[in-house]
Design a protein around this ligand. Sequence first.
Ligand code: CA
Length: 228
Amino acid sequence: MKVLLAEDDPQIGGAVLRAFDRAGLAMQWVERGDEADVLLAGGGAFDAAVLDIGLPGRDGIDVLRRLRGRGDPLPVLLLTARDEVSDRVLGLDAGADDYLVKPFDMVELEARVRALLRRGRVAAQPAPARLGRLSLHADEAAPRLDEAPMELSPREAGVLSVLLRRAGRVAGKPAVLQELAAADPSAMDLSDAAVEVIVHRLRRKLEGSGAEIHTVRGFGYMLRARDE
Ligand code: CA
């Protein structure tokens, strides 16, 4: 996790850098808004940014506007020197996730940035694949039924995951095996008959789920909605 800090006050910048270093958070500090803009436009290197509003080169709100203008959802906390409603409103309008008024407590800043990093991670997760009552979350290896774990063997979970990610489209047997093999290399050697047995078991477990595995003769399988 890496945080970009744009702050032209050397005392504040140095203090923030030291506090984050002690907290084990990597930080890059720049003193100019235009520098921050160039780094942020580079894309992907940061997990959050702390931008002072009053900066030379380009002010923090301008940097933020340009970031959002590029469609970048990076979590941003604005620092403002004055407790002025207008600055804060302007900042939140420009797409800031949080703001802190100077002088602030380092512990407070660290807590807010950690909250932004957590939120960023959650937001970065792709939406789960879904069909009817089935769902597959990005960080999970097995589909859920009504958000509850299903009773599936690892291979059943693997096959159903592949089919659910392609719900409504045909998954050829070689593609299914290839995706299974990413988690379990021995899956590459599964015979057609073995895959059919897994699918047969899955069909029974999917009864009443609103989804069914349809065989596309000569090609493979397709998970599709079932009218029940
Ligand atoms: Ca400043």
